[in-house]
Design a protein around this ligand. Structure first.
Ligand code: FEO
Length: 170
């Protein structure tokens, strides 16, 4: 049984995860517009992961007999200046999502909500991985330092990323 506060925060998290997908779709569109199709592919995979995260929260609320109440999704930013700026904004966004997940976990611990703690555990691990992935690409973009040959090599590499559905314990 979820507390009212937990139910409200889990519903908000559905919205935040869909916003993440929307933000990454906006970044994907920008990268496609400047012909960096490999970078765009990376974000295409990323947004599929975010949609999956959103649906995992949605399914979890339903599973524990909570009432689903969907909120409005904010408009994402659509003007960017470079792939490096995009990944830096992406990392900043993931750090914000990590904080939201930690807040949820803190609440689950405070209220002795063991079921939700088990569900959230997967997201704690996932957030560490997402931050690490973004950071690695930022570091490589800094090394490349806008050199076009290096940028196209990285673009070719990022074109290989494929979406693999995760198994979230819902
Ligand atoms: Fe669903 Fe990238 O956090």
């Amino acid at each position: 049984m979820l507390t009212e506060k937990m139910l409200q925060k889990l519903n908000q998290q559905v919205e935040k995860e869909f916003f993440s997908a929307y933000l990454y779709l906006s970044m994907e569109a920008y990268l496609r517009s400047i012909n960096l199709d490999g970078f765009a592919n990376w974000f295409q995979v990323q947004l599929q992961e975010e949609r999956y995260h959103a649906m995992a929260f949605y399914n979890y609320i339903d599973k524990v007999n909570g009432k689903i109440e969907l909120g409005a999704i904010e408009q994402p930013r659509h003007d960017f200046s470079s792939p490096l700026e995009i990944f830096e904004l992406g990392l900043e966004h993931e750090q914000y999502v990590t904080k939201l997940i930690y807040d949820l976990m803190d609440l689950a611990i405070e209220t002795k909500d063991h079921t939700t703690q088990i569900f959230l555990q997967w997201f704690i691990t996932e957030q560490a991985e997402e931050e690490e992935n973004m950071t690695r690409i930022i570091n490589r973009l800094k090394l490349i330092n806008a050199d076009s040959a290096g940028l196209f090599m990285l673009d070719t590499e990022l074109a290989q990323r494929m979406y693999v559905a995760s198994i979230i314990p819902v």
